[in-house]
Design a protein. Structure first.
Length: 307
């Protein structure tokens, strides 16, 4: 699975990873408030590509009335959305400080009630939840037992607490393995999975039914093909092809402003290549999509991997 990443996992990027074999793609996290009040920008985030099946839409929120309105509005898209996912893992202060995201792990009774409410109101076939191991302290046992009392179809577990943020050394696969033994539904493991070897190790160690990849996929969306099909190609040519395809799709989806939004993607695609720093400096000044495409062509045609 592709993890939901704010600012990254939009429709063009999800198309790219889908072509490399990601089984399930997930939207960026969407506020239930924005859905309930039919925010125009938010409705753009609900769009999916025809090749995205199954497609999961992730929501965040904690107010029962607003959640009800949001889910009712999403029912209109039930032909396109196969999975509705509740975010209970986001550590961002603007989310967790308002009782949503990882804050729900401090009130497991409320979490249970929200999931039951969503299932009751939703006409979307499947329901899932993404959690961390706790808020300030690890409570994997309590979370697993609470989730067993909800109508979810699977759970994604990120192997850190909210307080751990994204610190590499804080990843805890033992707690994921513990939750897997208790849960009655499939578990997807998430966190620090950045290679074929790591994906195999995590699956074996935790007993998870699948894996979710986020930040590693931003740099190399072909990681899904490496894991599933043994793709060995890790060439500059591959990076150029993916960069151009992703860029063209972004411009088609977002218009010329997509060139500015795509800068961060070029920062990722150029990582580890000679002249990457100068290239990043250059693209940070470009606003025109034609100039940006030319810069991509020229850079990837003339660079090599750093040794």
């Amino acid at each position: 699975m592709l993890a939901p990443l704010a600012g990254y996992t939009d429709l063009p990027f999800r198309e790219v990873v889908k072509k490399f074999g990601a089984d399930i793609t997930v939207s960026e996290m969407i506020s239930v408030h924005a859905l309930a009040f039919k925010n125009k920008k938010t409705l753009k985030m609900v769009e999916k590509s025809p090749i995205e099946n199954p497609f999961a839409l992730q929501i965040a929120g904690n107010e029962m009335g607003i959640i009800t309105r949001a889910v009712e509005s999403l029912n209109a898209f039930k032909e396109n959305i196969q999975i509705l996912d509740l975010n209970c893992g986001c550590p961002a202060p603007k989310v967790s400080n308002h009782g949503s995201g990882s804050s729900l792990l401090k009130d497991l009774n409320k979490l249970r009630e929200i999931l039951k409410l969503i299932r009751k109101v939703s006409e979307i076939p499947y329901l899932s939840v993404k959690v961390r191991l706790g808020f300030d302290t690890k409570i994997p046992l309590e979370i697993a037992n609470a989730l067993n009392d909800t109508p979810i179809d699977y759970v994604v577990v990120h192997g850190r607490t909210k307080a751990d943020g994204y610190k590499k050394e804080r990843i805890d696969y033992d707690s994921i393995a513990l939750m897997k033994r208790i849960l009655r539904v499939p578990l997807i493991a998430n966190g620090e999975i950045n290679s074929v070897q790591k994906s195999q190790e995590v699956l074996r160690y935790t007993g998870a039914d699948g894996i979710m990849i986020g930040r590693a996929a931003v740099e190399k969306p072909w990681i899904f093909a490496q894991i599933k099909e043994g793709l060995q190609e890790e060439s500059v040519h591959l990076r150029q092809r993916v960069s151009l395809e992703h860029f063209d799709r972004t411009i088609a989806f977002r218009g010329d402003y997509g060139a500015i939004m795509f800068r961060k993607n070029l920062h990722a695609y150029s990582k580890g290549l000679k002249g990457a720093s100068e290239f990043r400096t250059l693209v940070n000044t470009i606003t025109d999509s034609t100039q940006m495409r030319q810069a991509i062509l020229e850079f990837f045609s003339s660079t090599t991997f750093e040794t």
